[in-house]
Design a protein around this ligand. Structure first.
Ligand code: URA
Length: 331
């Protein structure tokens, strides 16, 4: 294999692992993990360089081939930070008191052996329900599909009023094999600047809710009904949601999550096609194709109306119960 091919393949692999939420390669020792991480860190720029001569049978950058071969038991979590577009968030700094009305932090990861959903879908909403349109894709094909879709999003100029003001498009972030998709409204100023959903004040609250629920941000997938920030954070227009529909529907179809949480009325309109209020729709599961849909209040609303936090916490407990996750405070 040519060196540049090897590098492209390595870069792709790291990206897939990172985007897929893979944080562990089984059967590795702490020592081999540390070795692999330090190898990848020291070669990160090399892995991501643009073009190079062949490595076959030759030394590279003064390193012998055995030195440039990554340890087979490599354990690596993410792309080198210089390549990442994600924003550091600080769920680790969440303290019990900072959770306010949310329950104690429950840092348990989603157990892969967690019992599958048991609650029947209590209500069906408009739209096609019950099945996904297509066969579930292997993770690498999801990655490719998202790369292509993101390129289309970046090129999209359908919403005239928005496109001339946007700084970045905000495609979505998280695991492409997530059990749960968090569906929000639209990017705000911080998201527009950084290109990642839910990184501002509402995002900080969403992170706390996730931590309290035993869900980690990289384990879920987060996206919005719009990929671009509406001017002055105004409510997205129906036509704008329709312009974005092919994008978010393709994302949902690719991930095929078990659950979608609609945060606020705009998400409800986009996913369920309903104009009913959150208050009327919350408290039971709805359906979008193959996923159970839970409706709850938008984090921005919760920031303005702290009394509603207990209702969202009830909704999250319903989700956790159905997912087979431990509920804090319940033995
Ligand atoms: N509110 C949303 O609905 N989405 C974001 O990404 C940020 C704030």
């Amino acid at each position: 294999m040519q060196r540049n091919q090897w590098k492209a393949a390595s870069a792709q692999l790291l990206k897939h692992w990172s985007r897929s939420g893979i944080s562990q390669v089984p059967n590795t020792t702490a020592e081999s993990q540390a070795k692999a991480v330090s190898w990848l860190e020291s070669h990160a720029s090399f892995v991501f360089e643009a073009s190079d001569p062949a490595i076959h049978g030759a030394n590279v950058d003064g390193l012998s081939n055995s030195q440039v071969t990554p340890p087979i038991t490599a354990n690596w979590v993410a792309e080198p930070s210089s390549q990442r577009q994600t924003v550091p968030i600080a769920p680790q700094s969440v303290t019990e008191s900072s959770l306010e009305r949310f329950a104690e932090p429950n840092p348990s990861v989603i157990p892969s052996s967690a019992p599958r959903p048991t609650t029947p879908i209590a209500a069906m909403q408009p739209g096609v329900v019950g099945v996904w349109n297509s066969k579930s894709l292997p993770i690498l094909e999801r990655e490719v599909a998202f790369d292509e879709l993101n390129a289309q999003v970046v090129e999209c100029r359908k919403c005239e009023e928005i496109v001339c003001r946007r700084q970045r498009t905000v495609f979505g972030v998280g695991a492409l094999n997530a059990r749960v998709v968090m569906f929000g409204e639209a990017p705000g100023a911080d998201e527009d600047r950084l290109g990642e959903p839910f990184v501002g004040a509402a995002g900080q609250l969403l992170d706390k809710i996730l931590v309290a629920s035993g869900l980690k941000r990289p384990e879920v997938y987060i996206l919005n009904s719009l990929k671009c920030r509406p001017p002055n954070n105004r409510t997205p227009a129906e036509a704008e949601i329709e312009n974005c529909r092919p994008f978010f529907e393709a994302q949902l179809e690719t991930i095929q999550p078990e659950y979608i949480v609609c945060w606020g009325a705009v998400a409800v309109r986009a996913v369920l096609g309903s104009t009913d209020s959150v208050g009327r729709l919350r408290g039971r599961f709805h359906s979008y194709r193959g996923a159970k849909v839970l409706v709850t209040y938008h984090p921005s609303y919760l920031l303005r109306t702290p009394d509603a936090k207990k209702l969202t916490w009830e909704d999250m407990k319903m989700l956790m119960k159905d997912m087979g996750l431990p509920i804090p405070g319940k033995s």
